[in-house]
Design a protein around this ligand. Structure first.
Ligand code: CA
Length: 190
């Protein structure tokens, strides 16, 4: 019960901050086209970050063994968690693809972020991620690549619209940057 309160508490606080940011940006938007693009980018970013925070916070939740994170590097993370709370442990894998995999969009830099749960691609994102990075730290706050030592995960991402501002020029894209630190409760050691 405490865990659920923590999760919803962090969503509500995160949501309030994002609403404030969106309101500010609406006030500053110059043209209708630009505003629509920025809103779309921000909505996509919010959805993506919520999903990531929800999943990563649950690492090793409902897992009877000591295994939480299975593999981790700057572009991917594999972990065990009962992410949907149905009593069965799930295998979750996030990884960033390459821009070649989104060659259908005019933006030359956007790339997909894949979310694979139990071998099936669920909610794969093609939301205009142009940069994405996981960073891991141990109990002392130092960077680590040892999966058993990881206690916190920093996610940073840059998102751009898939299409340029057609009413301004053809090489400018709406952008948003996000960084979040996630401290999954169930990998803090005993
Ligand atoms: Ca499950």
């Amino acid at each position: 019960m405490d865990t659920m309160l923590d999760i919803w508490g962090s969503f509500v606080i995160g949501g309030m901050v994002l609403v404030a940011v969106i309101t500010l940006n609406i006030g500053m938007a110059e043209s209708g086209g630009r505003m629509t693009q920025e809103l779309l980018v921000q909505e996509n970013t919010i959805d993506l970050v919520r999903r990531l925070e929800h999943d990563l916070y649950k690492i090793r939740y409902g897992v009877p063994s000591d295994t939480g994170i299975v593999a981790a590097d700057s572009a991917s993370i594999k972990f065990l968690a009962d992410i949907d709370g149905d009593g069965d442990v799930d295998n979750v894998w996030y990884y960033v693809g390459s821009p070649d995999e989104l060659s259908s969009t005019p933006n030359p830099d956007d790339r997909p972020l894949y979310r694979i749960v139990n071998g099936q691609t669920v909610n794969a994102s093609s939301d205009g991620i142009v940069a994405f990075r996981f960073r891991y730290s141990n109990a002392l706050g130092n960077a680590t690549a040892v999966v058993d030592s990881i206690r916190a995960i920093k996610v940073s991402l840059d998102v751009e619209s898939p299409y340029p501002y057609t009413d301004v020029d053809s090489s400018t894209y709406s952008g948003a940057h996000w960084e979040t630190d996630i401290v999954p409760r169930n990998i803090q050691g005993d």
